[in-house]
Design a protein around this ligand. Structure first.
Ligand code: FAD
Length: 660
């Protein structure tokens, strides 16, 4: 997806539509509230969020309805969103004012990605996509039960009413989807008809033709669903999902599943959760800025914003951390070049902005000697406490079973069996999520995808031995990082070395960390080599993105003769088997967002990230990569089949033993 800077809307002072109008045109036009009654979930897709009044009126109607659906997803695309201050200044009807205040409090920076805002203890989810409607619609992975179409006349919103918009709506429409719009303009009705919607004008009380309502009734067989998990393997809601691994990934998944209404059992081989990579005293989270704004930068931007929301909520329960920002120093880049990138990408300052060395020093509370990105939405958190908080938030929906290692997965009678080293069955489950670090459970001898286990060491020095002029009050990163003091000590690091199996801290690595922090903070005074720290092992995929999603069915890939699998979304999947692995050195951000991706895939809710980012983190991307490379080298199904068999053996052992 091409991203373009978001242009904020002009100042607004009052609502365009009142609750009664929204109720008449959009809610009643879609048969609401009646159609959401008795449903587990209901998804509304809107083109044009504007002042948010349609959403607020819908939320008010949902709140007031005793028979409402359990979960309401409201997905809205807005090409020119309001800044938070403009949003806050809009005059609202008294009935909507308190809801509007909640919306403003959660209002995100205007960056081009999906923003997830959660209300009513997670029962109502607002997914906001800022940018062009026609570009966004094909990127949404969901099933819409109702459409709210913004705009009053085709001349007013020509881009929002382009034929490809209506076509894309048809692709995400549930079989019984309905649609309503503010106008009954002919071109709108013609466009909807072309895309498979039958519409009729709705008259107001005075008999004037005011709006349009309709339903999806295609006279053609439409292409398959936009979802990429095996639809035949939808998780039965009445049994728990089994999660292997009680680190950041596993605990975040348990929490996200609970919010989606599903229970889970987390299997952790250690006596306590968060003892391995997730066992550090503190970790940072922040976005990535890159001039090209490619998938890597876009994923980690969305992930950092998701982490911020989680950490901000966790801080309220006493989890140590901060969401007050973070500095990333750029020693090799000029300030002018950085400002040019920021301007070209149109980065909002509440996400990231460029600061010169003097301002960076003022923010950090210690002199710094390089320009920096100030990530206002970044911060730090204690990952151990965050893991515990995620499990606490899941409440009775999450159970933890510690002290037993899962040795292997077996497929038996349509279910997954988790067995220990003695082949004793630990659990039988319809749905399993591998959150074991690297997904090595799939094949103990060699990893199922191109990942490496990388050794990392952090160092810590007591405040007493630290040069007093060089104590930062917020995290500072660059080549390495340093945190503000935590309980009388300063933590800094971290090394990145190939795994040699040695978990002991080493003097050489402490020295390397010390040299890094001296350069970062321009420390010239002598310092004692630290003698305290912690070693951990991070799993890293070769493309530096996490591995999140449904696991490919390599037996089906090998057997297929017709379709090509050059895009991950086309690759067949093993039923009910998911991974959230290889979180690398950005585990906090990747866990926060990746867990939502897993929960939406299992529960059937809208994906919290766009389709090309789903591709970017999809476990099947490695299959597609091999297909593309082998297709470039030699064409033909035969070559593809050989490749698939080789991959199959590498991934699952001879004969694809885990295939159904
Ligand atoms: C030195 C260092 C510094 C870092 N700094 C940062 C930072 O500043 N910011 C940041 O975001 N990230 C940072 N990271 C990375 C981050 O810590 C990891 O990405 C993250 O912890 C990975 O979480 P995880 O849940 O995937 O893995 P883990 O925390 O390793 O959890 C996997 C869990 O699965 C369990 N398990 C594995 N196999 C089995 C099995 N067969 N049966 C039962 N249980 C099993 C393990 O015991 C473990 O508890 C750092 C990492 C290191 C090492």
């Amino acid at each position: 997806m091409n991203t373009a800077p978001i242009v904020a809307a002009q100042w607004a002072t009052r609502d365009v539509h009142g609750t009664a109008q929204v109720g008449h045109a959009l809610l009643a036009g879609n048969g609401l509230p009646g159609r959401w009654r008795g449903r587990e979930r209901f998804t509304i897709l809107e083109t044009g969020f504007g002042s948010g009044n349609n959403f607020l009126a819908t939320l008010a109607a949902w709140r007031a309805d005793a028979q409402r659906c359990i979960r309401l997803h409201f997905v809205s695309i807005e090409p020119t969103p309001f800044e938070r201050s403009a949003m806050a200044s809009i005059e609202r009807e008294p009935a909507l004012a308190p809801l509007a205040a909640m919306l403003v409090a959660a209002w995100p920076p205007l960056t081009c990605n999906l923003h997830r805002l959660s209300f009513e203890a997670g029962a109502v989810e607002l997914l906001l996509a800022f940018g062009d409607v026609a570009a966004w619609l094909p990127q949404l992975s969901l099933e819409a039960d109702a459409f709210f179409l913004e705009g009053h006349a085709p001349t007013g919103s020509p881009a929002a009413w382009a034929p490809r918009v209506f076509k894309a709506m048809g692709r995400v429409a549930a079989t019984d989807a309905t649609v309503a719009a503010w106008t009954a303009a002919r071109s709108l009705q013609a466009g909807l008809l072309q895309a498979g919607f039958e519409t009729e004008p709705v008259f107001d009380q005075k008999g004037g033709c005011e709006s349009v309502a309709g339903h999806y009734a295609p006279r053609f067989v439409r292409r398959g669903s936009t979802r990429r998990s095996d639809p035949a393997a939808r998780h039965p809601g009445d049994e728990p999902v089994v999660v292997v691994g009680g680190g950041l990934a596993g605990c975040a998944v348990a929490s996200a599943l609970a919010e989606a209404g599903l229970s889970s059992v987390v299997f952790e081989r250690n006596a306590h959760i968060a003892q391995e990579a997730s066992g550090n005293v503190a970790g940072l989270f922040h976005g990535v800025v890159h001039a090209e704004d490619g998938r890597h930068a876009r994923f980690f931007r969305a992930a950092a914003l998701a982490a911020r929301a989680e950490v901000a909520a966790a801080l309220g329960s006493g989890v140590p951390g901060s969401v007050e920002g973070l500095l990333r120093l750029e020693f090799g880049e000029s300030e002018a070049a950085m400002r040019a990138v920021a301007a070209r990408l149109g980065l909002p300052v509440d996400y990231a902005r460029v600061v010169d060395a003097a301002e960076a020093g003022a923010l950090a509370g210690t002199a710094l000697h390089a320009p920096a990105w100030f990530f206002a939405s970044g911060g730090w958190v204690d990952p151990r406490a965050l893991c515990s908080w995620w499990l606490e938030r899941a409440g009775t929906r999450a159970t933890v079973r510690t002290g037993g290692s899962v040795a292997a997965l077996r497929r038996d009678a349509g279910r997954w069996l988790l067995v220990d080293a003695g082949e004793q069955v630990l659990a039988s489950a319809a749905t399993v999520v591998l959150a074991d670090g690297g997904g090595s459970l799939l094949l103990p001898d060699s990893p199922p995808w191109p990942v490496a286990r990388v050794r990392g060491q952090l160092s810590s020095s007591p405040m007493a031995g630290w040069p007093t002029d060089h104590v930062p009050r917020m995290p500072v990163t660059g080549a390495g990082y340093v945190l503000a003091p935590i309980e009388g000590a300063i933590w800094f690091g971290a090394t990145t070395r190939l795994d040699d199996g040695d978990a002991a801290t080493r003097d050489g690595d402490h020295r390397a960390n010390m040299e890094r922090v001296r350069r970062l903070l321009s420390i010239s005074e002598p310092m004692a080599v630290p003698d305290h720290g912690r070693t951990g092992f991070r799993w890293l995929a070769d493309d530096r993105l996490p591995i999140v999603g449904s696991i490919p069915n390599m037996a089906a890939v090998a057997d297929a003769s017709g379709p090509t699998f050059d895009r991950p979304r086309l690759v067949p999947r093993l039923p009910g088997l998911y991974a959230i692995c290889a979180l690398g050195s950005r585990g906090i951000a990747s866990a926060a967002l990746g867990a939502r991706v897993i929960a939406s895939a299992i529960s059937g809710g809208p994906s919290p990230i766009e389709a090309d980012l789903l591709d970017a983190i999809d476990p099947a991307r490695f299959v597609s990569r091999v297909v593309r490379r082998s297709a470039a080298a030699s064409a033909g199904a035969c070559a593809r089949k050989d490749m698939a068999v080789n991959l199959l053996q590498a991934v699952l052992g001879p004969a694809g033993s885990a295939g159904d």
